[in-house]
Design a binder for this molecule. Structure first.
Ligand SMILES: [Zn+2]
Length: 257
C-alpha cells in the first residue's frame, strides 16, 4: 500500500512544504476585545458548533445558522488532529495605518495549535518550547525556522504595543444577526480577573514604559479550609516571571455576614 496515502501529514511535508500554522500575537490593547466579548455565551457556542469545533449546537441556541452538514470527526483546521472538542480561533487582519483590526475567519483549532498561535501565553506558562516544537512539526520547519518566525511575530507585536485598534466584525454578520453583536459590551467596566496578561495590559497602559510589576493571586492549593496559598510573582513586560513564590497565610478571617 502507498505509505503516502497512510500518512497525509508526511505527504504534505515531503511534497508541498507549505506553512499552515503561524503565530498570531494579539496586540495588548485588543486583549479580551474579541468576538467572545461581544456575543452571548450561547451565541459563541453556536459559532463553535457552526465552524466545526463541537459536534452539536447548544440547546438554548436562538440563532438560525446557514445549513451545516453533519461532521462525524472534528478536525483541527491547521494540523488535522482529531479531537472530541476543539477551540474556535479568531483570525484577524491588521490595518496598522487606519488602526483597524478586522475579523477574517473563524477556524476550529486543537489545543496544541492554539497554544502555538498564542505564543505569548505559552511563554507565560512555561510551554514555549513545546509550542515551538509543534510549530516546526506542523510546518515541516527546522527549529531555526520556527524560532525565526516566532521572533518576527514578537517584533510585530512590540511594534503594535500601543496602538488602539477598532474592531471590524462585519464578517460575523454573514452568520449571525447584527442585533446579536454587542460592540458596546467592549466599553463596559470589566471584571478584574487577576491574570498575568491582565496585569501586563494594565501596566502597559499606566506606565507607557518598561517596568517590572508584582502580580499576586490566590491559587487552587486549598488543602485545608483555613489556609489560603497566595502566589507572588515579579513579571517583565513580556509576561516572563523572574520570581514566583507561594505564601501560606495562617490568619483565619471571620466570614462576613
Ligand atoms: Zn492543530
Amino acid at each position: 500500500m502507498n505509505s503516502r496515502r497512510n500518512n497525509p501529514k508526511k505527504q504534505r511535508c515531503s511534497s508541498e512544504q507549505r506553512s499552515s500554522l503561524t503565530i498570531e500575537l494579539v496586540p495588548a490593547f485588543s486583549w479580551q476585545r474579541n468576538v467572545r466579548a461581544v456575543v452571548a455565551s450561547n451565541t459563541w457556542e453556536g459559532l463553535r458548533w457552526y465552524f466545526g469545533a463541537t459536534q452539536f449546537p447548544p440547546p438554548d441556541l436562538s440563532i438560525v445558522f446557514p445549513d451545516r452538514p453533519f461532521i462525524s470527526k472534528l478536525k483541527c483546521a491547521y494540523c488535522e488532529t482529531e479531537q472530541k472538542k476543539l477551540d474556535l480561533h479568531e483570525e484577524w487582519q491588521y490595518d496598522d495605518s487606519r488602526q483597524i483590526q478586522r475579523l477574517v475567519d473563524l477556524r476550529p483549532i486543537c489545543s496544541k495549535c492554539h497554544l502555538t498561535k498564542h505564543m505569548g501565553y505559552a511563554n507565560t506558562i512555561g510551554r514555549a518550547d513545546e509550542a515551538l516544537q509543534h510549530l516546526s512539526k506542523v510546518n515541516c520547519w527546522t527549529k531555526r525556522q520556527a524560532k525565526a518566525h516566532s521572533d518576527r511575530a514578537f517584533a510585530v507585536w512590540e511594534a503594535r504595543a500601543f496602538t488602539r485598534y477598532t474592531l471590524d466584525l462585519n464578517y460575523l454578520q454573514r452568520y449571525i444577526p447584527s442585533t446579536k453583536i454587542h460592540l458596546n459590551w467592549l466599553e463596559s467596566p470589566r471584571t478584574w480577573v487577576g491574570s498575568r496578561l491582565d496585569a501586563i495590559l494594565w501596566a502597559n497602559r499606566l506606565l507607557d514604559s518598561d517596568a517590572i510589576i508584582m502580580d499576586t493571586e490566590t491559587t487552587g492549593l486549598l488543602s485545608k479550609p483555613d489556609v489560603e496559598v497566595i502566589e507572588l510573582a515579579a513579571i517583565d513586560m513580556k509576561g516572563g516571571a523572574s520570581i514566583t513564590v507561594y505564601v501560606s497565610l495562617f490568619t483565619k478571617f471571620r466570614k462576613r455576614l
